[in-house]
Design a protein around this ligand. Structure first.
Ligand SMILES: [Zn+2]
Length: 595
C-alpha cells in the first residue's frame, strides 16, 4: 500500500486546523474550550457535535462518531485516508511528498499503473463478452444459479470466450507490451510456447481492492470436467491474496453502518447473500484469514459472524480464522446452516429473510466450540468425557471475566452431564493456576462500563500525552488483562516507542493524532467521547495504581474462593492450603502498599 511518510502526515495534522476544516461543512459555535454544532453525520435539532481545536478531534454524542481531521474528511467526503491526506494538503498548500514504500520508484509506479489499467480493460472486455452472443451459456448458468442482472452489474461479472488469446490480442491492441501483460498474470507463457490467456471459457469474477480498483480475477469453470473449478489470478505487484477480502469494496459502507461483518466462503455465497438483502458481507475465499485480512476488516468493525456450512465451519480454516479474530479483539459468533447447505444454497432455497433469521440466532464462538467438541467425544464414556472437559478447560482458562467463566462452566457441565460446581471448581483452579496469557478480549465497553481509571488514562492520552507516556512504563500488561482498553493503551505505547526511534522533535504531541489514525472506528469514538467528557483527567500514575489494585483485588477474590473451597472439603492442613494463604497475604500487602 502506498504510504505518505509519517512525518508529513504529522506536519499536515499540526497545520490543518480542525475547526477551520469542519467549519466549511458545519456551522460551529464556541462553547468554552470547544466548538459545538449540528452533526453532519446524523439528523439532529440540538447540537451534539463537538470539535476540540487544541486536541485536534471531533466527537458526536448523538451518533457516537469521532476522530481527527483526516477522519472527518474520510467520513464526510467518503474518501480513503490517503485521499483525505491529499485533500488537506491541497487546502493548506503543502506539497505532497514522494510516497514511501522502500521499493517505490517512478518506474515501479508506472508498472503498477499499467497493471491496474490492464485489469480494467480485461474486466470491460469480459463484461462485454458476457452481454454479447458468445456469453449466452454463461448468462444461462448465472440465471440457473439465481443471479440477477443487477447483481451481475454490481459485481461486474464477465465471461472469457473459449479462445486462447482473445484477451492477449485485446491488450496488445490497446498498446500494452507483452512483458507487462505476462506480469499482470492475465496471460502466461510456458517454456518456449506461445503466450496465451490464463483464463478461457470461464465466468470471470473481478477481485477488487477495498477502494474499488480491480487487481485480480477469479474464474469459474463452465464445463463439469474443466479443471480447476476455480482458477484465480497469481500474486502480482498489485495483488497479494492474503491482503484482500472479496467484496469489501461493495459492502464496506454497510459493514461500518451496521457494525458487523458476515464472513462467507465463496463468491456465489457472497453474491446470493447480498442479493438476498443482507449487505454487510465479505468472502474469505475458503482459506484461513491472514492477520493482514483481519486488520483490514478491523478498520470497519470488530464484530464478525461466521456463516459457513456446518462441515466447513468445524474445519481447520474456519477455526483458525475464529481464533485469530478473537485474539485480535473481534467479538465472533457463528451462524450454523443446515447440514450440506452453504449460504448460496440456503438463500436460493429459502430466501433472504430466512437467512437473516439464521444470523439472528448466531451463537457466540465459545459456545460453538463446546458443541463441536461435544460431538467429537462420546460423553457416555467416562474417559472420553474427561478428555472433553480437559480440552475445554484450556479454553476456559483464557476467559478473563469470572462471571463469563462460570457461565461457560455451566454450559460445559450441562453438556457433559456432570455437576456444575465440579466444573466451576476445575475452571477456577485452572484460572488461578494459570492466569490467562492471552485473554479473550471482551468487546469494547461503552463509556459507562469503564472504570474511572480506564477512562482517565484514555482521556490523558489525548490531552496530556507527554505525562501519560512518561507513566506508561509503570503499567504492567497484566493490569489491563481483560480490559477493553488494553489494545488502545498498547498501541499508544508502540507509537511512543516508534517515535523515540525516529527521534522527531514533535513527540509526543503527535501521539493523539497518530493514535486516532490507527484505531478502528469503534475505538476512535470511545477515545474521542471520553476525551470530550473528561477535560481534566486524573494523573496517569494514579490511574495505573488504581488498575494495579483492581488486578490484585481480583486475584485475591480468586484465591479466597479457592481457600473457601478447600476449607469446605476439609483440606485446611494441605500444602495447597498453606500456599494459598501465603499468596493471599502477599496480595493484601501489595494492596495496602497501593492505598
Ligand atoms: Zn452525529
Amino acid at each position: 500500500m502506498p504510504l505518505f511518510p509519517q512525518s508529513f502526515i504529522d506536519d499536515l495534522r499540526l497545520q490543518a486546523d480542525i475547526v477551520q476544516v469542519v467549519q466549511e461543512y458545519v456551522s460551529l459555535k464556541r462553547v468554552g474550550n470547544s466548538y459545538k454544532g449540528l452533526c453532519p453525520f446524523h439528523g439532529e435539532k440540538t447540537p451534539s457535535f463537538h470539535v476540540n481545536r487544541e486536541q485536534g478531534f471531533f466527537h458526536c454524542f448523538g451518533c457516537n462518531v469521532g476522530g481527527n481531521v483526516f477522519k472527518f474528511l474520510e467520513l464526510h467526503e467518503k474518501v480513503s485516508f490517503p485521499e483525505a491526506v491529499r485533500l488537506l494538503a491541497q487546502k493548506f498548500g503543502m506539497a505532497l511528498p514522494e510516497l514511501t514504500d522502500g521499493s517505490r520508484d517512478p518506474q515501479a509506479d508506472a508498472e503498477r499503473e499499467a497493471l491496474l489499467k490492464m485489469h480494467e480493460a480485461a474486466a470491460a472486455l469480459y463484461r462485454e463478452v458476457l452481454a454479447g452472443p458468445s456469453g449466452r451459456r454463461a448468462r444461462q448458468m448465472l440465471e440457473q444459479r439465481g443471479i440477477t442482472p443487477e447483481t451481475i452489474d454490481r459485481l461486474q461479472l464477465g465471461f472469457t470466450p473459449p479462445g486462447r488469446d482473445t484477451l492477449l490480442n485485446h491488450l496488445r491492441q490497446k498498446g500494452f507490451a507483452l512483458p507487462a501483460i505476462l506480469t499482470s498474470g492475465l496471460a502466461m507463457q510456458r517454456d518456449e510456447g506461445p503466450p496465451r490467456d490464463r483464463f478461457w471459457n470461464r465466468l470471470m469474477i473481478p477481485i477488487c481492492r477495498e477502494g474499488g480498483s480491480i487487481v485480480a480475477f477469479g474464474g469459474r469453470a463452465m464445463e463439469a470436467d474443466q479443471q480447476p473449478k476455480y482458477l484465480n489470478s497469481p500474486e502480482t505487484p498489485i495483488y497479494t491474496k492474503g491482503r484482500t477480502l472479496y467484496g469489501l469494496n461493495v459492502t464496506k459502507g454497510d459493514i461500518r453502518r451496521l457494525g458487523y461483518a458476515i464472513l462467507v466462503e465463496g463468491y456465489f455465497d457472497f453474491a446470493q447473500v447480498v442479493q438476498g438483502g443482507t449487505t454487510p458481507v465479505v468472502a474469505t475465499s475458503g482459506t484461513a484469514l491472514t492477520p493482514a485480512q483481519v486488520h483490514l476488516l478491523r478498520r470497519f468493525t470488530s464484530k464478525a459472524v461466521l456463516s459457513f456450512d456446518p462441515d466447513a465451519a468445524g474445519q481447520g480454516a474456519a477455526v483458525r480464522s475464529c481464533e485469530l479474530m478473537v485474539q485480535e479483539g473481534f467479538q465472533v459468533s457463528v451462524a450454523v446452516l443446515p447440514k450440506g447447505e452453504d449460504p448460496d444454497v440456503f438463500v436460493r432455497n429459502r430466501g433472504g429473510a430466512a437467512y437473516q433469521d439464521r444470523l439472528r440466532s448466531a451463537r457466540p464462538y465459545l459456545e460453538f466450540l463446546i458443541d463441536r467438541a461435544a460431538t467429537q467425544h462420546d460423553l457416555n464414556n467416562s474417559a472420553s468425557r474427561l478428555e472433553f472437559l480437559n480440552s475445554m478447560l484450556a479454553v476456559a482458562a483464557q476467559i478473563p471475566s469470572a462471571a463469563a467463566r462460570d457461565q461457560f462452566a455451566d454450559r460445559l457441565a450441562h453438556r457433559a452431564g456432570v455437576g456444575e460446581e465440579v466444573v466451576r471448581d476445575e475452571i477456577r483452579k485452572a484460572a488461578v493456576a494459570k492466569r490467562p496469557a492471552l485473554p479473550v478480549r471482551q468487546s469494547l465497553a461503552g463509556f459507562s462500563e469503564l472504570t474511572p481509571a480506564e477512562r482517565d488514562l484514555l482521556a490523558g492520552l489525548v490531552s496530556e500525552p507527554a505525562s501519560v507516556l512518561d507513566a506508561l512504563p509503570e503499567l504492567d500488561d497484566r493490569d489491563l488483562a481483560g480490559s477493553s482498553v488494553r489494545h488502545i493503551v498498547a498501541l499508544a505505547r508502540d507509537l511512543a516507542r516508534e517515535l523515540a526511534q525516529r527521534q522527531t522533535a514533535q513527540a509526543p504531541e503527535t501521539i493523539p493524532g497518530m493514535l486516532l489514525e490507527r484505531l478502528n472506528e469503534e475505538e476512535i469514538a470511545l477515545v474521542t467521547g471520553i476525551a470530550a467528557r473528561t477535560p481534566r483527567p486524573a494523573p496517569a500514575i494514579d490511574c495505573i495504581r488504581a488498575l494495579r489494585r483492581r488486578r490484585y483485588e481480583r486475584e485475591r477474590a480468586d484465591v479466597q474462593r479457592e481457600i473457601d473451597r478447600l476449607q469446605e472439603r476439609g483440606g485446611a492442613d494441605s500444602d495447597e492450603f498453606a500456599a494459598l494463604w501465603a499468596r493471599k497475604r502477599s496480595l493484601l500487602n501489595e494492596i495496602e502498599a497501593l492505598q
